[in-house]
Structure formats: C-alpha cells, structure tokens
Design a protein. Sequence first.
Length: 602
Amino acid sequence: MLLPVVLALLASINTLNNSFAFDDTDQILNNGFIQKLSNLPAAFTQSVWSFYGEDIIAAQDAYYRPLFTALFIINHAMFGTAAWGWHLVSVLIHTVVVFFVFLVCREVTGRDWVALTAAILFAAHPVHAESVAWISGVTDPLMALFALPSFYCYLRYRKTGLKLLLALSLAFYLPALLSKETAFVLLPVIAWCELFHFDDPPSLRTRAVRAIMLSGLFIVPTALYFLMRYQAIGNLVTNTNSRYSLGHILMTVPLALAKYLKLIFVPSGYSIQHFTALVTSVTNPGFIGPVVLIVAVVSLVLIIKSRALSFAALWFIVWLALPLAGIGAFQLLYLVQERYLYLPSVGACLAVALGLEYLAGRRWFGFQGRAAAIALAVAATVILGTVTLAQNRVWRNTVSLYHHCVRSDPRAPLARTALAGAYFAERRYREAEIEAQTALDLDPTCIDAYLVLSVFAYSAGKTDQAIKHLERAETMVTEGPQKRGYLGKIYSKLGFLYNQTKQYNQAEQYLSLAAETTPYMKTWYELAGFYFDQRRYQEARDLLEKALTVTSPRFAPIHLKLARAYDRLGEREQARAAYQKYLELAPGAEESRAVMKRLSEL
C-alpha cells in the first residue's frame, strides 16, 4: 500500500514551489468570501462563483460545490496567500486518493500485484497535473477523496455483509456529491457491479432486484443533496445553453473520446488548451477514425471476456460520460480538459495493469514474460513520473502555463492571445502586444487577437484605437459555430466604448445589435442599463423584466435596477417589492442604507 502513496508524494511534491495560476487569481486571491472563517456555514447556501456579486453571468453559475468552497475557507484560514500551503493540501488529498485507488482495485480484482501496478500508474500519471498542480482544479481529487471510499465500503459490504460498511458507503457518498455533482455516477457503477460483475446470486432477476434496492438506498443522500442545492441556488440541474447544434456535438463526441484515450495512453501533448474543431460530417476523417478506434477497443474488451477488464472499461467511460455529454457548453479550445480524466483514469490504469499481468503469465519466445512485464511497468512509471514532474512546473504561474501552450503549438494563435492576456495582467504591456500581434501574423482572422488588442488600447486611454480594433474584428468574423458568439461580444464591447465616448446613437445601435445577435440575459441587461442612463425608464424596465425571467432570482443587482426603473415610472408597489427583494438578497450592500431610506419614503 505504501509504494503508490510514496510515489504520489514524490511525483507531486514539486508543486509546492508553484504560485497561484489561472483561475486561482479569482477563486482565491480576489475572493473576499473565503477570507472569513465565519463564512464556513454560508458555503452551503450559495454557488461556487457567487462572490462575483455584480456579474450577471456569474449569477447563472450552477456549480453547487460547498465542500470545495469550505476547503478554500479553511485553507485561507491556515495559509492565507502562501501558495505552498494550498499546494500541500492538494498533494495530500491526491495521495490519499492514490491509497484508495489501490484498495478499490484490489477489491475488484482480488489480486495485490494488479492493484499495486494500477495504483502506481495512477500515482505517476501526468494527466493528473492539471488536477493536482492547479489549486482550483482540486474539485475532482476532492470528489474522489469521498467517492472512492464510498465505493470501497460498498465492495467490502458486498463481500462481508456488514451493514456498517453499507452505512459508511452512504455516508461517504453525500460529501462526494457536495464536492462535485458528478459523484452520482457512482450509482450506475454500483448497479453494473450488482448486475454483471458479481455472479451471486446466480439469478439475473434476483441481482436486478438487489441493484434496485441498493440504488434506492443511495437515492436518499442524492435527494438530500438536491434539496440542499435547490435551497441554495434555486435549481436542481445545470441548465446551460449549448453553443453548437446537437448533430455537430454528437459527431464530435468520438473525436473528444479519442483525444482523451490519447492523453491517457500516450504521455505527451499535455496542455491547458486542446483545441478541438467541431466535426460537421460523418464522412470526415475526424469522425471515421475515432469511431473505428472506439469500435476496436470495445471489440477487444468483449473478445477478452474478462470481468475485471470490463469493469475497467465501464469505469472509464461512465465517469467520462458527463464531460463528453457537456461539450456543447464549452468553447472549442476547452472541449477536452485533462482534469476530467482524474477518476476515469483509474479504469485505464487498471486495464494496463491487467495487460501486464497477462504478459507476466505467458512465455514469449521461450522466455518467461514476468521479467518483461516488470521492466515495462518500471519503464512506464519512470516515464510517467518524469513527465509529471515537468508538467507540474508548467503550472508555476499563469504566464508559465501559457508559455507552455505556445511551446506546445507555436503556430496556435489562441495560445498567443492567452499568453498576451497573462502578460497584460502582470503589466508586461510590451510583451503582451507582441504576442497579440504575433497571433495576427499567424492568423489575420484571429478574432481573439483583435479583442485583446482592443482591451490593451482602452486601458491605455486610446478609446478610438480600441474601437478600430473591434471594427476590424467584425469584418473578420466568418461563418461557423462561433460566429454569433463573436459578433455578440464585439457588438457589446463597441456599445460600451461608444457609450464611454458619449456617442449615444452608435452605442444604442451596437448594444441593440448585441441583444439581437445573442439574445440572452447579459445583452438585455447591458441594453437596459444604457436605457436607464438615458432616462428611457420604460424600455429599461421591459428589458430588465425580460432578463429576470432567465436570470437567477438570487442576482441582487437586477432587483435594484428594476426597483429604480419602477420608481422613476411611478409604479410604487412594484418598486417597493423590488427594493425589499434587493435588501433580502444583499442586506449588507453599500446601497442598502439608501434603499431603506427610499423604502421608508415610499
């Protein structure tokens, strides 16, 4: 048991030299909520990104992960902004997960050496760097910290019949859900084990009844989770509009799955960015090739007829199913994300371990295969561990992270624009402009390059130049799945800039275009704000009411804006109700005193 645990520590301990990177700036350094230990109970009453109180997009955040937020509150209380302490916690969580990977694989296979090999491969695998070296990426290890013990206790209960173990399994399952909602995938895994992995009782009907009864028990903590979730954020499921058509999504899923398989079995090409173009035709090689690969893998598993291998394959695909189903919500740059392989990789590592066991038990060209299997296992561990140590250093900070993206693909313009943004955040303005210009040299139609150059110009007080960059970007938008999104963003920014320069006709034109091109709460909210500032209160009220129908009712600022619009229109009853709703949602806000005064006047 200690071998994979020690290896996990050795492979991840160099992350303690890293700083904060990527989303850590927002989630940790700029997050006032986690800086008060007294907010610990409140972590269970709001979403992950609720600290962005003025951002209408963040208000739609449906990530209810209170244990993740609670962990950050505790981390901040212990370490403040000392990054090494945060990284140490992530390393320790990963190390405990590795320990339970060993226990689970041993229970599934009944063979110590297979479990040891699988746990060692898991401990050393570089695909986990994104989850371990990136502090805010700890959601999957945190979920695994509870999901694996839950499954292990179920397996032990299955073997011993001790009801205490079943109770422990249920007890671990709830915090797994509270760490990340995808933990409910454990239910179909347990159902599979009851129906197909175990052969007692021999009757399939009896096994099905047992599976239903066990699932019923797990429904209790699941229902409790959904009740807590609904009370906190007002919805039961994540309702995210897809960026792409269903047909394109379905044709792209095999390509995304093939990329995930490559990241697991070929230890190279790791990056925060894995640009994946949508597959638009079944005759496209990007569809045919992955489908052939997937059919071949499934056929191999069926031909071998190994229960342990079938379990490994099921574990991999079931835990990966939700990220694959949700690719419609992501930008093309992030359709494939390495952190989603954290728990699925247990199945892949177990499959490799089973393959090495098969090799060890055969004679090859007159020689025992055991020596070859051991040599392959050691070589794989050394290679994986070496790549992991290097990948951990990539996450040293945001600039190093995007530097790696550029090194991985020097001709990728989006890697250059991301690096430009990282430079700009560190006030390395000259380097930022060079990277953005390089992106345009690589691809003159790179919309993101024009967008970041516009931001740079506006920040330097060159509003006219910022407008020119956006107008140039508008002419470069081409047909494709991202066209409306890009145009909506460009129009919205142009409306903002023209409003800043008091060119109100142009501002209204572009804000209206943004609302027509991408009709959703953000563009309506922005246009309503413009109308309000122009004292066009009725138009502002109508748009705010429209936005409220699709906005989280817990987004306090929209109620304040509505209240003020009602107030200006003389609609006193509606104004009072909206003011009171605002005070209910944001009792400690700066505007609360003025709101209470106005309420008393009304």
